[in-house]
Design a protein around this ligand. Structure first.
Ligand code: PGA
Length: 254
């Protein structure tokens, strides 16, 4: 029996699962727009959130959802890749979401993977400060790696880390080569800049998405193991408002 705060919502398919998440984001954006305020979204990359972004684009094109009052902060970026590189997370966000809605790109933030080594710490501090100055993240979307990483916080990782540079786990490098870098493992950067677990935990609401049976073990560990540094996502149990939105396959071991 777990004493986890995490709420789990299980749907038959990922398409069905993301509808309620997209509707919640839309309601937030519209409520803030009515007050003349910004909605602050924390966004994720990888194969998992693509289906959510498709639904947000549909809401924009078919139901008039405007993103003009949205400020966004992405979780992470490969170190060494410029935003013009087709495997960078800036490029991914542009092609999977930003280019298809009316968001002001000047208000979309992705850590800069091109700053020189001696400027990385300063850039990371500014990233956290910019999130605070925007009023904090209202809804943070997360995927999860098979290592238990959220953002690129690989195990072992404590709950208090801030935005920082990390070395990627071998499993993550392999998974990302398979899904993205045309299977060319040597092209996957070995380092990244990521929001820390502590940064993520400051979000007002957190929604973690996971699909497919290859995520079932790590979802079980994240929800049911006592929070521990070998499974960074398990720290989400300490958050008062965290939901795991899963398809049946990812929830199979719960
Ligand atoms: P995926 O990656 O969405 O491509 O499975 C998730 C992650 O590594 O956080």
């Amino acid at each position: 029996m777990s004493t986890s705060n995490i709420v789990t919502k299980v749907s038959d398919t990922k398409e069905e699962a993301v509808k309620a998440v997209a509707a919640e984001i839309a309601a937030l954006i519209r409520a803030r727009a009515a007050e003349g305020k910004e909605a602050v979204l924390g966004l994720a990359t990888g194969s998992t959130p693509v289906v959510l972004y498709k639904e947000l684009i549909r809401l924009h094109k078919e139901e008039g959802l405007s993103f003009k009052n949205v400020t966004s902060f992405n979780l992470d970026e490969y170190y060494g890749l410029p935003g013009t590189h087709d495997q960078s997370y800036r490029y991914f966000m542009n092609t999977e979401l930003f280019d298809h809605v009316d968001i002001d790109k000047a208000k979309t933030h992705v850590p800069d993977g091109t700053v020189p080594a001696d400027k990385v710490a300063e850039m990371c501090e500014k990233y956290d400060a910019d999130i605070k100055a925007a009023g904090g993240i209202d809804i943070q979307i997360l995927g999860i790696g098979r290592t238990g990483h959220i953002g690129f916080n690989e195990p072992p990782c404590g709950p208090d880390t801030r935005t920082h540079q990390v070395t990627l786990d071998e499993i993550t490098i392999k998974d990302n080569a398979r899904l993205f870098f045309h299977d060319k493992i040597e092209e996957v950067p070995t380092s990244a800049v990521t929001m820390g677990v502590g940064t993520i935990l400051e979000s007002k609401k957190i929604v973690l998405l996971a699909w497919g049976d290859n995520k079932a073990d790590i979802i079980y560990r994240s929800v049911c193991e006592a929070p521990n540094e070998n499974c960074p996502a398990s720290w989400l149990q300490n958050h008062p408002n965290c939901v795991f939105v899963l398809d049946k396959a990812a929830a199979a071991k719960l």
